[in-house]
Design a protein around this ligand. Structure first.
Ligand SMILES: Cc1cc2nc3c(=O)[nH]c(=O)nc-3n(C[C@H](O)[C@H](O)[C@H](O)COP(=O)(O)O)c2cc1C
Length: 206
């Protein structure tokens, strides 16, 4: 193991109860980094397509496979998922950052956001909500549950199909981190690009 030098001991403490909510949000989002981005496609009950990025996003369960994203407030993606029971989590790549960002605008729910930002809605394999043709990976999900928590709705979806563009697959059959080049969300208005990586085998059980 390399030497670990003792860092300087000065620290600044933050008390969420003493801060305005918006200020604490900025501290959290600049600290919990980098966050992967779910680029969520949905369809409204009236048939209008919707697309938006969500970085409060994670794998909630591996068996069954369940993805989760978090809508702060009842946004169109929440409403469409609640109404139709389906969504697709698209994973974008660095070349799509401007389109991903453009879909975070508060469009009226009558606006087709694929058309609005010039993206192609491609039919999914299992669910009726289309995926983003330009996105290298798409997870097709059916609603598992929605949990209301504070100002947020935690939306859980069981993955029923995944499609991965062949050019991002490595010879071992898994997505290659560099070829995928999925951008991440950092604090402020920053986006993360593909970072350096190191490999470590997990320790054997003692
Ligand atoms: C990179 C990025 C990540 C975002 N992550 C979230 C998030 O996790 N939760 C959220 O409620 N809004 C998030 N937003 C804001 C939404 O994308 C934005 O409110 C959008 O208009 C919601 O669209 P919808 O109403 O069509 O669902 C994020 C925006 C950006 C640019």
């Amino acid at each position: 193991m390399p030497d670990i030098t003792t860092p300087p001991s000065t620290r600044t403490g933050f008390d969420p109860a003493a801060m305005r909510g918006g200020e604490f949000y900025k501290l959290m989002t600049a600290s919990v980094v980098p966050r992967p981005i779910a680029w969520v496609s949905t369809r409204s009950a009236d048939g209008v397509l919707n697309l938006a990025p969500y970085s409060f996003f994670t794998v909630a369960s591996s068996k069954p496979p369940i993805l989760q994203f978090n809508s702060m407030g009842h946004k169109d993606s929440w409403r469409n998922t609640a109404d139709t029971g389906e969504f697709v989590v698209n994973i974008g790549s660095e070349s799509l950052i401007d389109q991903m960002n453009a879909t975070s605008a508060s469009f009226d729910h009558s606006v087709d956001e694929f058309e609005e930002v010039g993206l192609t809605a491609e039919p999914s394999t299992v669910v009726s909500v289309p995926r983003v043709a330009q996105a290298p990976i798409s997870f097709e999900c059916v609603r598992h549950s929605i949990i209301e928590m504070g100002n947020s709705s935690l939306i859980f979806g069981r993955v029923v199909h995944v499609s991965v563009r062949d050019d991002v697959l490595a010879p071992d059959g898994l997505p290659d981190f560099r070829r995928l080049a999925a951008p991440s969300r950092l604090g402020r208005s920053d986006w993360g690009l593909t970072p350096e990586t190191v490999a470590r085998q997990r320790p054997a059980n003692p």
